[in-house]
Design a protein around this ligand. Structure first.
Ligand code: DGJ
Length: 715
């Protein structure tokens, strides 16, 4: 029997680390909750002796290191001018509150690794972080340092991550796990559209609501690696950490490198179970967004760069008339910014457009009963700007190489204190002089030759400097909310979430694409942080035309807003939009504080429910016409089968006509329909024939006994 082990317990998960007689920490379990564990069989006693292997068995340490006798991947790769590249560590463990720290020390090679592991018992989310210290007498070159390494059982058979591009974020990518290493690397210098640092691993048979799911995300807005390797015992090792450019981290004697946090969770309740754990953890770690989340109008797609003060005040008036609560002035307001070729860096209002500055517009917005928000892109500069002309040396670059522009812009070198001082001064003055409640903080290009003034790679320091700038702005202006945007969803991660209040999920507001993007987003982040706007029809980026009801129905569960010029709408559409805004306001508390479930009926119908077992709202999205004369029923697996639910239709979409829709749906829209939880959960509510790209929103509450509602079985 093992002499020592730790058992980290959540509500539905357990993680167990054994310490062998030599003190080596060995992962023994990460998965289903084990209840009381009084002893753990000793790994060394239970492992068979491997043929033609090392004569002395090497326990698979939780901190595998190169050359330690294991042949899988290592958590750290480093060397000292080509020496000290093999590690033979001694282990220790420390406990401090809820945190366990595994320590690996190699006095000869001159390094110390400390990996902290904490299980949040309320959310089932593990937080892992590693610190490397150079205890030798010369510089240590660090090639790789994982935030953590977690074991996956052999039955973890598929990994689901995301790919995409601007503007098609969160495209699911599912791969079978096998003997080939699964590896995703991002080298764009920020979180990225194509390789966000998050993934879920599905156990055999796992699905949306049931089955084993392990899910993890790195809290980091820069380069990163995620990998899964098959080990010799059939288990799989999952690691994540920052991707380091060659020469990027060279630790002086005594120097340390601390990784970003890696958040990981296990759920026996499918993807939705893992998503609920992350929603709770992100809400607990990050600043609480102010609730209720106000209805936005963001000016980008409404006017683009065509700014005119009187016209914008008129636009604001029109928005206020619909019930909009926050007016966000997007790109185009600052000096020289008439298109995307000039102006970035010159963060003062363009006097040709805003003769008196932004105060008249901001005050008009406030007088209309809305708050005022402003777009910025602090990390960037256009070569055609006063800032660049004055300080051409302020950008990330490498001597002798052409500076590569993207969207006509270069990246400021935030590792220079004079650059961050300038940016802070500009932001601080804008926030002090104007009644700004909200900043949309954008970042519209990837980093290429990101060298600092000493020609060293600056990717990591750039991210940290940006975090410091955000923290400083927040500390100086605590009431101001900040939205993280990077050409839409290029910087959606749990690191930036610590210092922002909302994500701009994507520039793609075609409701059909958006529904898929939001579904991916919701696997890792809660809906109150998910910017979701109603755009114009046809959608600017896809050209598809969709009804207002579909566009609004898809945006409604997130932090709702408009990305259009409402003056272009017909009176009928404005009337309808007002009703959608009123519906959002009446439901947003429930939408933004409850649990979320997502599911598929099949036959091109997806659904998403928010709330709890007693009170919920379900959004039913039909993408294509049904191929059946009688469309399949909607089952809601999260309901309590001992209850009766009272359903009613909430959306102000086209009413069902008697004789054409099922009687039950006419009852839903005219009043209520009572239906047993058992039926709804297992057999389901029959759906009416719906047009392609339409949505139906149904509210359900537990009905009192002796109900007065109409009883139906869904057909
Ligand atoms: C990219 C963002 O995603 C858009 O919403 C808009 O803010 C533009 N940048 C402005 O340049």
């Amino acid at each position: 029997m093992a002499t020592r082990f730790i058992h980290l317990q959540g509500r539905t998960s357990s993680a167990v680390i054994e310490f062998t007689a030599q003190g080596v920490p060995v992962w023994r379990h990460w998965g289903a909750r084990l209840g009381a564990v009084t002893s753990v069989p000793d790994w060394e006693d239970t492992a068979p002796v491997a043929d033609f292997s090392l004569d002395k068995t090497v326990a698979p340490s939780a901190l595998p290191l190169f050359g330690d006798g294991q042949f899988g991947p290592a958590v750290c790769l480093a060397h000292r001018a080509g020496k000290d590249w093999v590690f033979a560590p001694d282990f220790q463990v420390q406990h401090w509150g809820a945190t366990t720290t595994l320590i690996a020390t190699d006095a000869k090679a001159g390094l110390e690794l400390r990996q902290s592991i904490e299980m949040d018992a309320k959310t089932d989310v593990l937080t892992l972080r590693t610190t490397l210290r150079n205890t030798g007498y010369a510089v240590l070159d660090v090639v790789w340092l994982a935030s953590g390494a977690l074991p996956l059982a052999p039955r973890a058979s598929r990994v689901e991550s995301f790919t995409g591009r601007y503007p098609r974020e969160f495209v699911p990518d599912v791969q079978a796990l096998g003997s080939a290493t699964w590896r995703r690397e991002n080298r764009r210098g920020l979180t990225s559209h194509d390789t966000p640092p998050l993934a879920s691993v599905l156990g055999t048979g796992a699905g949306q609501h049931s089955g084993e799911v392990w899910s993890a995300q790195l809290a980091w807005s820069g380069n990163h690696v995620q990998s899964i390797d098959l080990l010799e015992d059939g288990t799989q090792l999952w690691m994540a950490g920052e991707w380091l450019a060659p020469g990027e981290v060279r630790l002086a004697p005594g120097g340390t490198l601390e990784t970003p946090d890696w958040l990981a969770t296990y759920s026996p309740n499918g993807r939705d179970g893992a998503a609920r754990n992350f929603h709770a953890a992100v809400r607990a770690r990050s600043p609480a967004p102010v609730l209720p989340r106000p209805v936005h109008l963001n000016t980008w797609e409404g006017v683009y760069f065509d700014h005119n003060e009187a016209d914008l005040i008129d636009l604001a008036r029109s928005a206020a008339g619909l019930g909009v609560e926050r007016f966000v002035l997007d790109d185009g307001w600052f000096s020289g910014r008439r298109n995307d070729r000039a102006g970035l860096g010159d963060w003062w209002p363009d006097s040709n457009i805003y003769a008196e500055g932004l105060a008249p517009l901001a005050e008009a917005v406030i007088q209309l009963g809305m708050s005022f928000g402003l777009w910025i892109e602090p990390e960037m500069v256009n070569p055609d700007s006063d800032l660049y002309r004055a300080h051409p040396d302020w950008v990330l670059s490498l001597p002798g190489l052409d500076k590569r522009t993207a969207r006509n812009q270069l990246v400021l070198d935030l590792t220079r204190p004079d650059v961050t001082e300038y940016l802070f001064e500009r932001l601080d003055s804008l926030l002090a002089e104007l009644p700004i409640a909200y900043l949309k903080w954008d970042h519209n290009r990837a980093l290429t030759q990101a060298g600092d003034g000493s020609a060293r790679p600056a990717y990591r320091q750039q991210v940290l400097a940006n975090y410091r700038l955000l923290d400083r702005v927040r500390a100086a202006h605590p009431g101001v909310e900040i939205e993280a945007c990077a050409a839409g969803g290029g910087r959606i991660d749990a690191g930036i979430a610590l210092r922002t209040d909302r994500f701009w999920t994507s520039d793609n507001i075609d409701a059909r694409d958006r529904a898929q993007i939001q579904r991916g987003f919701l696997q890792f982040f809660p809906p109150d942080r998910m910017g979701a706007h109603v755009g114009a029809s046809p959608a600017h980026l896809t050209g598809r035309s969709q009804s207002l009801a579909f566009r609004a129905g898809v945006a409604l569960p997130g932090h709702f807003g408009l990305e259009l010029d409402p003056r272009q709408l017909s009176a009928d559409l404005r009337y309808e939009l007002r009703k959608w805004i009123a519906l959002y306001k009446s439901q947003r508390d429930r939408l933004h504080t409850g649990d979320v479930w997502r599911g598929d009926v099949g036959d091109s119908v997806h659904w998403q429910a928010h709330g709890d077992e007693r009170e919920f709202i379900v959004f039913v999205y039909r993408l294509e016409l049904s191929r059946y004369a009688y469309p399949p029923a909607l089952q809601l697996p999260f309901l309590d089968d001992t209850r009766v639910y009272r359903l009613s239709r909430l959306d102000p979409g086209a009413p069902f006509q008697r004789g054409q829709a099922p009687e039950a749906h006419c009852a839903l829209q005219e009043g209520t329909l009572d239906i047993s939880g058992a039926w709804l959960k297992t057999v389901g509510l029959a759906l009416p024939q719906m047009k392609a790209e339409t949505c139906l929103i149904i509210e359900g509450t537990v009905a009192e006994v002796g109900s007065t509602g109409r009883v139906g079985e869904g057909r």
